[in-house]
Design a protein around this ligand. Structure first.
Ligand code: FE2
Length: 260
């Protein structure tokens, strides 16, 4: 168990080279869900080793490294799949989808509540999930530690709007994102924002944490609000890049795409 909130235990399962799948288990009701099952066999083994079943599969978006386990896990455990309505309408979620999500939809898990936040940009169907009682934010490939997802389907305007929705969430939210990309993103942050007050100390703390724990996820949303360049497109620090925050965001995203 990596994190605990009341009767909920959260397990971070590192898969592939840098993906995270998240398993949440309620110790009282014995209900279990997975968010973004990257693989099948490794997750089946993990779930069986713990003695769990799997009631629910939640996908933040349709990309294979977030949905690859859908079909095998559903076959094995008869789990319900919840995914974004946009992705289901596009018929691009593997398995039988039981419920779909649009912006603001809430659903219950074991007496706790998830809220879907539509965050188009990386893909047009992307949703993030906030577990409201715990302020656990599952941000998929929208918001990473010090970074954000590439714009495969959305425009800078759309993504900037999505990121502002996440920025409006409580400071103490924990950001459980889809990939361990933070240290690579930190190099870019150092490149574009080396003079940002406090950045250096934050980057040092991340490097120390990675050495000690082998990971930097989750981060605190307050730290992302302060140091993630992609959340700072309307900050005076970047005013030299222009007056329109969406355009500044687009500029930063493009710089990052070409950053070696
Ligand atoms: Fe993705």
């Amino acid at each position: 168990m990596d994190y605990r909130y009341k009767s909920l235990d959260l397990y971070m399962v590192p898969l592939r080279s840098d993906n995270y799948s998240y398993i949440i288990h309620d110790r009282e009701t014995k209900k279990t869900l997975v968010i973004d099952p990257s693989e099948n066999e490794a997750l089946v083994t993990f779930i069986k080793d713990k003695g769990f079943s799997l009631d629910l599969i939640i996908d933040t978006h349709h990309h294979d490294d977030h949905t690859h386990g859908n079909i095998s896990l559903q076959d094995m455990f008869k789990s319900e799949i919840i995914a974004s309505r946009y992705d289901q309408d596009k018929n691009r979620i593997p398995g039988q989808v039981g419920r779909t999500l649009k912006d603001g939809d809430r659903f219950e898990f074991s007496g706790y509540h998830f809220r879907a936040i539509s965050t188009a940009g990386h893909t047009l169907g992307h949703v993030c999930l906030l577990l409201e009682e715990a302020n656990w934010l599952f941000s998929g490939d929208t918001l990473f530690g010090l970074g954000c997802g590439r714009l495969f389907e959305g425009t800078p305007e759309i993504m900037w709007e999505s990121l502002q929705k996440l920025r409006a969430l409580p400071d103490d939210s924990l950001v459980f994102c889809g990939h361990e990309y933070t240290l690579s993103n930190a190099r870019f942050a150092r490149h574009v924002a080396s003079n940002l007050p406090g950045l250096k100390g934050y980057l040092d703390s991340l490097e120390k944490r990675f050495k000690e724990e082998g990971r930097t996820v989750p981060s605190r949303l307050s730290d992302e609000k302060a140091f993630n360049p992609f959340l700072l497109a309307d900050h005076p620090f970047f005013k030299s890049l222009g007056d329109d925050p969406a355009a500044v965001f687009g500029n930063l995203r493009k710089q990052k795409d070409n950053f070696k």
